[in-house]
Design a protein around this ligand. Sequence first.
Ligand SMILES: [Zn+2]
Length: 308
Amino acid sequence: MSEPPVCDYEDSDYQTSFWDRGGREYEDRVEAIALRRLLSGPGQLMLEVGAGAGRNTARYRGYQRIVLVDYSITQLEQAQTRLGTSDMYVYVAADAYHLPFIEGLFDAATMIRVLHHMADAPRALAQVRDVLKPEGTFVLEFANKRNAKSVLRYWFGRQSWNPFTLEPVEFATLNFDFHPAAVRGWLRQMGFEIQKTLAVSHFRAGVLKRVVPVRLLVFLDSVLQWTGELWQLTPSVFARARLRASGLETPPMPAEPIGFFKCPLCGHRPLLEQPGCLKCSSCGREWPLRGGIFDFRMPPTTGFAPQD
Ligand SMILES: [Zn+2]
């Protein structure tokens, strides 16, 4: 199978330029509301795929431990600065196509603003499915190609691609928008049942954000989010899906993070703890552990700098 390229935020100032100083208070607040509505703990172990600098991590209340995965070491270092290095957080550098975890490990998983960068979205979703427990919760955010703006642009001849067709559209290198029905179809095929859909970020327009108080836009969006059950015309869609019961007994949760991992190269587990690394006794590969970050990135990779 050919390897899809990975979108790499290494050395990116994404957190500062996009979130802290990018005029995105509105987007951040409506996301927080959507997450609160979709994620209901309590649970033991939560996986955050594409955690970045940990902007959302502290919002996942009710989970005893959170495993943050990001491809970029520098983003994870920023998350460490924000969240600290207690036992509550486990920091893992890996790509979403090769998650280094044993099957059926997590009670819940989130993937927010990540699918957007996936050239092979079903493959990344299947990775999350594999590491979730039966009946585990998955909260997924994706960029919606059939949003009101793209529909209008298409109707007025300002956009060549059709927002109503099911295939993803790559509007910039490694930036994809998806049709909601396509995403729902993938999730169902993989054994998920979709429990709730929220349409988020109705007012993502610079002019509105300048003229109308953010507080009011956030309130209106929080009311309109519920329309996601009926239609989705917003640029961002959140879904909560539950993995179907398997009938199989799930193994007990490993007490220590080292028990969470498998070798992403050959699938072998358990890995052996050695000074400065975890070693796979099957393929011999050593996975570094530096500064509290487990590094499971697969070499060699093609990195692309993100556009946002
Ligand atoms: Zn191995």
